[in-house]
Design a protein around this ligand. Structure first.
Ligand code: GLV
Ligand code: MN
Ligand code: MN
Length: 457
């Protein structure tokens, strides 16, 4: 086993030494030719596809097909059943499975030396009416990497751990990156008291997930737990698809602020209340939506802002709306810019309050800091892609990822694969099966490179 391991890794090293520099015409044409011929993969793309298709059944609407997408919210019966399936895959791959008090699933493969772990994985929960690739590709891709290493007799110096984070999307309970935030020590136990519309708290759900909420803080990973954290993910934007490049090397991940706002007006008769005497919460909220858009657009850059829903009360044709709840989401790689834009939005809301005689109040529900990926890990991903004959591109992530919470604890890196048409958080989300296999292959090779040369701390 050890001899074949050394041979395998040294073979990769020799190949790496033999390849020309990034960007040279030779490398470009070699990479294109290899892509057309299909690079030689250690991972099994057909097997990975089969597990992704099986996972898609958990939370699939009744009577629907794979193409109809999935609703598998974090902390739901569908998620619970999917987790059992995934834990079965992990055990079948020889991983030693444990679940932490935040519900995060870890599967460990021993290393040959007493070293911190190489941690990699993603999430399997979805948004409402989501697709079958966001999170699933990185989660099942990670398990496929383990199976491939088993088949190739590869042993690593560092222990390997596959992680499946709990409730990454955070639609349920309004806290995205839930499991990784707990693992990074960013959540206080108060969060467990948040209740959903059925009256169940996060603590209730942790019980259902077999955990003791009283031990929640023990989910925090100890210092220096991992030598590197890696996440394979679909891009969820359109850059790689447009450029026809199979691998993205993520430079950084946006910060995300979530606010919940309420416009408070006055319910009154829609037929008898003159137009100049109304306190219409929905009219004020509509102005607020446009104000968010205008203030986000006011300065140059890639920052984005979204109002994703409105809940109107009482919600009848002939009653002036008394109350509207709407969220404001702001994202950028620069935390100070998010704050600056939020200041301006609040000033606009004050102006709308005066114009409409409606009160608008907002509370911060969650804020996740932006994070940069580690330069040494980015370089390892580029080398891994080169060695597989795959072209790559450095790019930022406009989506949030558990990797940004892990960046608080140690060096992180992310590998992106193309999303067709840049569509995500939609049943139409799709990534080519070949691209998924290529992404898993780059994950496999990056892990081996980092096992030999971990990033400096
Ligand atoms: C997670 O997918 C997010 O970016 O909202
Ligand atoms: Mn998502
Ligand atoms: Mn995701």
């Amino acid at each position: 086993m050890r001899a074949s391991q050394r041979l395998g890794i040294c073979g990769l090293c020799l190949f790496l030494l033999a390849i020309p520099d990034r960007g040279s015409p030779d490398l470009e044409s070699t990479a294109r030719a290899a892509e057309q011929a299909g690079p030689s993969l250690h991972v099994n793309g057909a097997r990975l596809r089969q597990t992704l298709e099986k996972l898609s059944e958990f939370g699939r609407p009744a009577g629907a097909t794979f193409a109809d997408g999935v609703t598998r919210l974090g902390f739901s019966e569908e998620d619970l059943a999917a987790r059992e399936y995934v834990m079965g895959l992990m055990r079948a791959a020889g991983l030693d499975v444990r679940v932490d008090p935040a519900g995060n699933i870890f599967g460990r493969r021993a290393g040959t030396e007493d070293l911190p772990v190489l941690l990699f994985g993603s999430h399997i929960d979805s948004v409402p009416n989501g697709g079958n690739f966001d999170g699933d590709v990185g989660s099942l891709g990670a398990i496929e990497v383990i199976r491939a290493m088993n088949e190739h007799g590869v042993r690593t110096r560092h222990p390997l751990e596959v992680v499946i984070w709990t409730n990454e999307e955070g639609h349920h309970f309004g806290k995205g990156l839930f499991g990784s935030s707990a693992a990074a020590g960013l959540l206080s136990p108060d969060v467990l008291e948040r209740r959903d519309e059925q009256g169940l708290s996060i603590a209730d759900w942790l019980h259902r997930y077999g955990q003791d909420p009283a031990r929640f803080l023990e989910a925090r990973l100890p210092p220096n737990y991992f030598v590197a954290y890696l996440e394979l993910h679909i891009e969820q934007g359109g850059i790689l698809d447009r450029e026809k490049i199979p691998i993205g090397v993520v430079e950084g991940i946006v910060g995300i602020h979530w606010y919940t706002c309420q416009a408070h007006g006055f319910a009154n008769h829609a037929g008898t209340t003159p137009m100049d005497q109304r306190r219409d919460a929905l009219a004020a909220a509509a102005k607020a939506v446009l104000a968010v858009r205008e203030e986000v657009r006011r300065e140059p850059g890639r920052q984005v802002g979204t109002v994703g829903y409105m809940k109107v009360e009482p919600g009848a044709r002939n009653i002036i709306p008394a109350r509207v709840e709407f969220p404001v989401e702001l994202r950028d790689l620069d935390a100070a810019k998010i704050e600056r834009i939020w200041e301006r939005i609040q000033q606009r809301f004050q102006q709308i309050e005066r114009e409409e005689s409606v009160r608008i109040s907002c509370t911060l529900l969650s804020s996740d800091r932006p994070a940069l990926t580690d330069p040494a890990i980015r370089q390892a991903i580029r080398q891994a892609a080169d060695s597989a004959g795959l072209r790559f591109l450095d790019l930022p992530s406009g989506a949030g990822h558990d990797a940004q919470q892990m960046a608080r604890l140690g060096p992180v890196g992310m590998i992106f694969i193309p999303s067709r048409g840049g569509i995500s958080h939609s049943p139409q989300e799709f990534s080519d099966w070949e691209d998924i296999a290529r992404g898993a292959e780059v994950l496999y090779r990056t892990i081996l490179l980092l096992d030999r040369n971990p990033p400096p701390r």
